[in-house]
Design a protein around this ligand. Structure first.
Ligand SMILES: *[C@@H]1O[C@H](CO)[C@@H](O)[C@H](O)[C@H]1NC(C)=O
Ligand SMILES: *[C@@H]1O[C@H](CO)[C@@H](O)[C@H](O)[C@H]1NC(C)=O
Ligand SMILES: *[C@@H]1O[C@H](CO)[C@@H](O)[C@H](O)[C@H]1NC(C)=O
Ligand SMILES: *[C@@H]1O[C@H](CO)[C@@H](O)[C@H](O)[C@H]1NC(C)=O
Ligand SMILES: *[C@@H]1O[C@H](CO)[C@@H](O)[C@H](O)[C@H]1NC(C)=O
Ligand SMILES: *[C@@H]1O[C@H](CO)[C@@H](O)[C@H](O)[C@H]1NC(C)=O
Ligand SMILES: *[C@@H]1O[C@H](CO)[C@@H](O)[C@H](O)[C@H]1NC(C)=O
Ligand SMILES: *[C@@H]1O[C@H](CO)[C@@H](O)[C@H](O)[C@H]1NC(C)=O
Ligand SMILES: *[C@@H]1O[C@H](CO)[C@@H](O)[C@H](O)[C@H]1NC(C)=O
Ligand SMILES: *[C@@H]1O[C@H](CO)[C@@H](O)[C@H](O)[C@H]1NC(C)=O
Ligand SMILES: *[C@@H]1O[C@H](CO)[C@@H](O)[C@H](O)[C@H]1NC(C)=O
Ligand SMILES: *[C@@H]1O[C@H](CO)[C@@H](O)[C@H](O)[C@H]1NC(C)=O
Ligand SMILES: [Ca+2]
Length: 580
């Protein structure tokens, strides 16, 4: 409930004579917004500059993103700057989008970033306005809202800007949401609790978990997609495909990989009980598809010209110019695909990491065509090459120059080095979230089952780590019930990285997840399934249940399947310490 109504009631001579709604333009002024800014010393260690406030009224704008159903929205964009005491030239900007007063529902929502960015700006933020929330994002102190973290990570070759690491890791989001909740209360005169939520995917998903793992009361609910957890492993894993090609000595033409994906989808689509162009059961695909069965199949792709690469932004798929390609799938390509699906192993055959599910696009494995030699060559993926060169080797460059001498064991060393170096900032795998759970917090976690950039099995591993650490003595069913009290995981059949898969469009994406978590938090309605836009998967099954069609694709069920569950479990025996 609001302490003051959203309508301003003017009383004259004791009688109500006028009821006038406050409009957005009434409150979207520097004077009004500045008065709502928390006191300068509201947070320890921080000085908030109320004179920095800038407001702008945005009317009838629209944006689109698979995470919400687009609407025309109006909001007041309020930016506020603050600085950390004792750090020279420190300036952090936060932006709060304020909804129209008659649409405000006593909520605050934070959105997060992707790739090496701490915000996804105008693309993610409408999700909060749509549910009647003040919606916030931060620039992390990296310069402007468009600056990405890598621009400020090094002060010089070999000198880390550690403040930026901790801001990116978790600090900036805690500051943003703590300020955002207070600003929201002040702006709308709310004396009671403002419900607070988080929604973001990929790096933004990692940022979300970084908060739930540390700050029990910051968010009442979070919807988190495909989080870049196990950061030390995750970033280096983008190099696994190129190093595997180098190790096996085979660089497949891009068309050959595309054809393998197409034939994998064709074989695995019906395994879920319905032939609809969507691999809803990539686990059955993993168990049943024999890639050697497609050796000799023909492929053809017309020549194409490529797109350019944007540093710091996640890139999936090849960007190079390719010639016409006409050939047959080779035994080497089949071996490469199987080796990738098996996941990274060190030279002793010990499991070091996991890969994407069969049927997912082979983006990381895409080669580059060298028009001078007429040969296909390994290509170093943007995030993988940059991570090692800049964040591990600490050079002001945005790519590795070569993979010469890089072996599976080198990848393992890099993974361990990154995990240790950034263990308390970026790794984000702390499995005991009992403070969040006991405080009544709820989290809906989703992951595209055919994600080609963060393995779906990564999310399952984290869920199972939380289960094992928090409920070590409970039976499987009892611990599932305990997990259900606060943490529900849904895989999106056919889903790609944080959105609909162009190879399997009918898999769809859940577009009302924030509304669902609000229902759970505010009304106690916990989701047994998740609404989805895809026709192939009308609703999403809650892990550990898996989708299955029967009666020739007419009945849909969520079932438990032990062999499938087992196929998602991995023993990371390359490490001597636990990797959650
Ligand atoms: C918002 O913009 C759309 C597209 O230009 C237009 O159709 C709609 O009428 C506008 N709505 C309002 C309230 O101005
Ligand atoms: C919000 O205002 C800030 C400061 O003027 C500006 O940098 C930012 O681009 C604005 N965002 C939107 C979405 O209008
Ligand atoms: C909040 O309270 C102040 C002071 O009473 C008032 O001027 C302002 O209009 C109120 N704002 C809203 C959104 O109700
Ligand atoms: C793979 O399938 C897609 C969608 O049907 C098609 O556009 C593409 O040409 C196919 N690729 C190959 C190499 O056959
Ligand atoms: C591909 O090559 C084969 C054998 O050389 C040829 O028969 C076929 O027509 C070619 N296909 C295309 C689309 O060029
Ligand atoms: C990184 O450098 C390698 C080797 O020069 C090159 O093959 C690759 O395309 C580069 N990657 C990016 C994302 O620039
Ligand atoms: C930083 O290191 C890179 C890679 O070794 C080198 O190319 C560059 O010149 C160095 N920059 C400075 C300012 O020394
Ligand atoms: C790879 O190893 C060889 C043999 O030790 C060495 O000569 C070469 O310089 C190394 N290449 C790189 C890029 O480190
Ligand atoms: C699990 O059981 C062990 C052995 O009985 C006991 O020491 C431990 O406290 C239990 N853990 C929990 C979380 O209940
Ligand atoms: C565990 O739950 C599943 C699914 O609800 C059920 O089929 C199974 O019988 C339960 N197992 C035990 C041991 O209760
Ligand atoms: C999910 O779908 C059901 C059935 O169409 C609908 O009643 C419900 O409101 C939807 N939930 C959300 C959060 O959109
Ligand atoms: C199964 O469904 C497909 C597609 O609707 C249909 O073509 C086929 O005849 C059905 N098969 C049986 C045995 O009913
Ligand atoms: Ca199917």
């Amino acid at each position: 409930m609001l302490s003051l109504p959203r309508l301003v009631v003017s009383a004259l001579s004791g009688a109500v004579v006028a009821v006038q709604a406050l409009s957005l333009s009434d409150v979207c002024t520097t004077a009004y917004a500045s008065a709502a800014v928390p006191a300068a010393d509201f947070l320890p260690g921080i000085t908030i500059d109320a004179s920095s406030v800038i407001t702008s009224l945005v009317t009838n704008s629209t944006n689109s993103n698979d995470w919400y159903i687009s609407e025309y929205i109006s909001y007041c964009n309020v930016t506020i700057a603050y600085s950390h005491n004792g750090i020279a030239d420190d300036l952090v900007h936060v932006s709060f989008w304020v909804p129209e007063p008659d649409k405000f529902e006593n909520r605050y929502v934070t959105t997060g970033g992707s790739g090496l960015s701490i915000n996804a700006g105008a693309v993610s933020n409408p999700t909060g306005i749509i549910v009647g929330a003040v919606s916030g994002y931060t620039d992390g102190g990296f310069g402007t809202f468009d600056s990405s973290w890598d621009e400020v990570f090094l002060l010089a070759n070999d000198t880390i800007n550690w403040q930026s690491v901790y801001m990116m890791g978790y600090q900036a989001h805690w500051e943003l949401a703590t300020l955002g909740k207070e600003f929201t209360k002040n702006f709308f005169n709310v004396s009671e609790k403002v419900y607070s939520y988080y929604q973001a995917c990929s790096e933004g998903g990692r940022e979300g978990w970084s908060q739930l793992q540390r700050f029990a009361d910051l968010f009442d609910g979070a919807t988190i997609g495909a989080p870049a957890l196990r950061y030390g492993q995750q970033q280096v894993n983008h190099l696994t495909a190129a190093v595997t090609e180098q190790t096996l000595g085979y660089y497949p033409p891009t068309c050959e990989l595309e054809k393998i994906v197409n034939l994998t989808i064709a074989f695995c689509d019906p395994l879920d009980g319905k032939t609809d162009g969507v691999v809803s059961r990539s686990d059955l695909c993993k168990l049943q598809f024999d890639v050697n069965s497609i050796i000799g199949e023909t492929y053809y792709c017309a020549a194409s010209s490529g797109s350019s690469f944007t540093p710091g932004k996640r890139q999936v798929g090849g960007g190079s110019t390719t010639p016409e390609q006409n050939g047959t799938i080779t035994a080497q390509a089949a071996e490469l695909a199987q080796t990738l699906w098996d996941g990274l192993h060190d030279s002793n055959g010990k499991r070091t990491y996991i890969y994407y599910q069969p049927g997912a696009d082979f983006g990381d494995a895409d080669t580059t065509y060298n028009s001078e030699t007429g040969e296909w060559e390994a290509s170093i993926t943007g995030l993988g090459g940059q991570w090692v060169a800049q964040f591990l080797q600490l050079k002001q460059v945005d790519n590795l120059s070569t993979l010469d001498n890089v072996t599976y064991d080198t990848l393992k060393e890099w993974m361990i080095y990154g995990m240790q170096k950034y263990g308390d900032s970026l790794q984000t795998t702390a499995p005991d979230v009992s403070a969040f759970a006991n405080g009544g917090g709820k989290v809906i976690h989703v992951h595209g089952e055919q994600d080609p950039s963060i393995p779906a099995a990564s999310s399952i591993r984290y869920y199972e780590s939380v289960r094992n650490v928090m409920f070590p003595n409970a039976t499987f069913n009892a611990s599932t019930e305990s997990m259900d009290d606060f943490y529900r995981l849904f895989l999106v059949p056919g889903g790609a990285h944080c959105g609909v898969n162009t190879d399997q469009p009918d898999g769809g994406w859940p577009a009302t997840t924030l509304q669902t978590i609000i229902e759970w938090v505010e009304n106690g309605v916990a989701p047994t399934t998740l609404n989805n836009t895809g026709t192939a998967a009308p609703s999403l099954c809650k892990w550990p249940l898996r989708p299955l069609w029967s009666n020739n694709g007419t009945s849909f069920d969520c079932v438990y399947d032990q062999a499938s569950w087992d196929s998602w479990m991995y023993d990371f025996d390359a490490y001597t310490t636990p990797v959650y």
